[in-house]
Design a protein around this ligand. Structure first.
Ligand code: XMP
Length: 512
């Protein structure tokens, strides 16, 4: 394992992903992890991340010099580079030499293992206030910039190196090559983290954990639960039962994707619960968004638990499969162990004496790895390439009370929008495109010779990296026109299509 020591910027996860793109397994540890603990994990290399602090700031995370004496190859990036310089006796100055954004890197005559053969001047992404003014003893300066004399250094003998810039971001076009050289050449690591090795290791781990036991897995129609289930299915076959709750708030074709495509690809045993009436009943008369969300969440847990209890009783199930991803694990500060949940922590449903152990086969994976694993396991693109869709489904895309008729209207409009966006080849360009029915709003229109008094449909196409912030996508006018014409022609209750041109913030992606 390569450990990425996180000095508190948003870059650690990106670095860990880039390391894995170089086919070496990586994990993230917080910067306050004691050196003894880091060394005890026997990392094959360390990467020190960037961070927001100045090495001079009070309470700035420092690096214990003992870290460099353990014989582990280390690469310091940005803050990590400066902290490394300081810890090893070099000099860092808060000299106001600020570099932000695209900067030209100038290689010295000894460009070293990381930069040798790269263009003598090439662009990199910088973001720093302080700068290293003298490299520590034993290090060779391998690059500078117009403003800083020491932009990269190496001590090949001790296998220590650092760069002032951010090689992990796309704005440093040779950055991935530099990371690759550090991992493969300086640290001498073999590229072995591949999709097929992930699957093999994961299947072996699931078999070891579950033994001859039985497991259940809830499917949502999304990528994570489908890939988690497919891995467990590969490991234990028919001793896995998948439970799919159809709450009636799904989009057109989503139930079929699970019942037909997922089952065809995996051969998994599927138990579908048809709970549409129950959800509609519980939602009757409710139009306040938070109340809708609460009702849907509560009903979902009840229905899922009852279905799971039924399967569990018939099959002596001891394990519950969950599609937890690595970023969730990092953000909740958790390790990579497994937890046990007691059923009565949840609402109703399971008998008190049933305890499930959690099986979380995606716990070490990033989303892009999950999609690759899913594709290699034979899941169709409709499942592995699916855009985000909220758990409460169309229930929070009808502004107003949720009824069967309104669901049918929204489902039809949504299907048209998705069809046209896919046909225009825009699926990868947009993050997602909620289609919203303003069920409590009517406007006057004219169709044929008659007056209409129908509802507006809102298109909300957004571009985003992580859903935390988003921008509205500038869709081509001809695509918008096709969607609008088709929806107003084909969906009876709708006589107007409007475009949401709000970024997030201030708007959220969903309307409720
Ligand atoms: P907002 O509307 O907060 O949405 O900008 C951010 C992202 O989260 C999705 N979303 C949900 N996903 N359960 C989910 O699994 C939910 O209750 C939920 N609400 C919003 C939304 O689609 C967007 O991708």
């Amino acid at each position: 394992t390569v450990l990425v020591v996180d000095y508190g910027a948003q870059y650690a996860q990106l670095i860990a992903r880039r390391v894995r793109e170089a086919q070496v397994y990586s994990e993230i540890v917080p910067s306050d992890t004691p050196v003894a603990e880091i060394v005890a994990r026997k990392p094959v290399a360390l990467i020190l991340s960037g961070g927001p602090a100045s090495v001079y700031a009070d309470g700035a995370p420092e690096i214990d010099p003992a870290l460099f004496a353990a014989g582990i190859p280390v690469l310091g990036l940005c803050y990590g580079f400066q902290a490394m310089a300081k810890a090893l006796g070099g000099e860092v100055a808060p000299d106001g030499t600020r570099e932000y954004g695209r900067t030209e890197l100038c290689l010295t005559s000894t460009a070293g293992a990381l930069h040798d053969g790269l263009p003598a001047r090439h662009p990199v992404w910088m973001s720093h206030g302080d700068s290293v003014v003298r490299a520590p003893e034993g290090f060779t300066v391998t690059a500078s910039s117009d403003r800083v004399a020491v932009a990269a250094f190496e001590d090949t003998e001790r296998r220590l190196a650092g760069v002032q810039y951010h090689p992990e971001v796309g704005h440093s076009p040779h950055g991935q090559e530099v990371l690759r050289r550090f991992l493969h050449q300086v640290a001498g690591l073999t590229p072995s983290w591949t999709t097929s090795s992930i699957i093999d290791d994961s299947v072996a781990a699931i078999r070891a954990q579950v033994g001859d036991g039985h497991a259940v897995c809830g499917l949502s129609g999304g990528v994570d639960s489908a890939v988690a289930a497919a891995l467990v299915q590969r490991a234990i076959g028919d001793r896995l039962t998948c439970v799919f709750v159809d709450h009636g708030l799904l989009r057109a074709g989503e139930r079929e994707q699970v019942e037909r495509d997922f089952v065809a690809a995996t051969g998994a045993k599927l138990h579908t619960v048809d709970a549409a009436d129950r959800f509609l009943g519980a939602l009757a008369g409710v139009s306040e968004p938070e109340q809708k969300r609460k009702i849907i969440g509560r009903e979902f847990i009840r229905v899922f638990e009852a279905a799971t209890a039924e399967v569990a009783e018939a099959e002596h199930v001891g394990f519950l499969v969950q599609g937890t991803l690595y970023p969730d694990v990092v953000e909740s500060g958790g390790g990579t162990g497994t937890a046990t949940i007691k059923s009565h922590h949840n609402v109703g449903g399971l008998p008190d004496d049933i305890e499930f152990a959690l099986v979380e086969p995606l716990r070490t994976l990033f989303k892009d790895e999950v999609r690759k694993v899913g594709a290699e396991l034979g899941l169709p693109e409709t499942i592995v390439g699916r855009q985000p869709f909220p758990g409460p489904g169309l229930g929070i895309r009808i502004i107003g009370e949720v009824t069967a008729d309104r669901l049918a209207t929204l489902r039809a409009a949504d299907a048209i929008a998705r069809e046209e966006l896919t046909a225009a080849g825009l699926d990868k360009e947009i993050w997602q495109c909620p289609v919203v029915l303003l069920a409590d709003v009517r406007s006057v229109g004219v169709q044929g010779d008659g007056r209409t008094y129908g509802h507006p449909i809102v298109l909300r196409p957004v571009s985003s990296e992580d859903a935390m912030t988003a921008d509205w996508t500038r869709l081509p006018y001809d695509v918008l026109e096709r969607i609008s014409t088709r929806i107003t022609n084909e969906v009876a209750e709708v006589n107007r299509v409007v475009l949401d041109v709000t970024s997030k913030p201030p708007g959220t992606i969903e309307w409720e």
